[in-house]
Design a protein around this ligand. Structure first.
Ligand code: SAM
Length: 102
């Protein structure tokens, strides 16, 4: 059984304790937020390894991976972690690849 604290309360998907909203990216699309990242601060001399803590269903993780590949270096891996295993399963089903893990 999933951890009770991770479930939403009273039939309201907006009422979650840890911000583990089930359809978060319908309301916060990654593209607009990526535009806010600086382009020129990255160290592009080493392989790029990124950790996304609180990755929800992985949409921003994938967009970040793409941003890093384009702006830092081609050799780039990212790991997304989240407290909610349901979201991690969604992320794995939708996005896992050689360089993107959840
Ligand atoms: C509001 S969402 C934001 C998702 C993503 N970081 C973004 O900005 O698009 C917050 C996420 O953090 C996760 N979270 C909360 N507490 C956490 C913890 N202690 N460890 C890992 N993930 C956590 C939630 O499950 C949720 O998916």
């Amino acid at each position: 059984m999933e951890n009770e604290n991770l479930q939403f309360k009273g039939g309201n998907p907006g009422a979650v304790q840890y911000g583990n909203f089930i359809n978060y990216y319908q309301f916060h699309p990654p593209a607009e937020r990526l535009k806010l990242l600086p382009q020129k601060i990255w160290n592009n001399e080493k392989p790029c390894i990124a950790l996304d803590i609180g990755c929800n269903a992985g949409n921003l993780t994938v967009a970040l991976h793409s941003f890093l590949k384009n702006n830092v270096m081609e050799d780039c891996s990212i790991l997304g972690v989240d407290i909610d295993p349901v979201l991690i399963r969604r992320a794995e089903e939708s996005y896992s690849s050689d360089n993107i893990s959840f």
